[in-house]
Write a protein that binds this ligand. Sequence first.
Ligand code: ADP
Length: 165
Amino acid sequence: MYAQQKIVVYPGTFDPVTLGHLDIVERAIPIFDRVIIAVAKDTGGKPTLFSIEERTQMLLEATKNYPKTEVHSFSGLLTEYVKKVGACSIIRGLRAISDFEHEFQMASINKRLNPSIETLFMMTNESYFFLSSSVVKEIAALGGNLQGFVPEWVEKQIKKKLMGE
Ligand code: ADP
């Protein structure tokens, strides 16, 4: 019998992608048939350092050797996007307590908008619990070393951007 593919959407701003994001993707790969990384065009008024094209490009580069993984950008309601690509669930990473309230609210709203879509949370790897795109941008702005926080190619893009090249 034809078994339906288990597709998960991993949405986010990814401004820029960090090793914490990639850890979630790597751990989702063995669980699902396809992992769609969905880069949000709409950031709710939150300014981004990188454009949607740049954020998507960095993720494409960072995941080029990963199996079962695709990178796309999306706009509008996440639940509509999830339905459009035929996914059954959304995956989000969960760091310290600070993530919980926002994630709980978003998951509850998305459940209300489409009860057939489940939101799953993957606990952060303890090596990355402190890591966020904002911290990476702050360290970079102060001239710090980003080794162990983002892929090498992404580090180059951040430096280029901050030096205005
Ligand atoms: P958003 O603006 O949608 O929160 P982010 O790019 O900041 O987008 O994060 C995307 C997802 O990745 C979120 O679920 C976030 O909790 C998760 N995430 C970010 N950094 C880490 C990390 N270091 N460890 C685990 N999950 C993370």
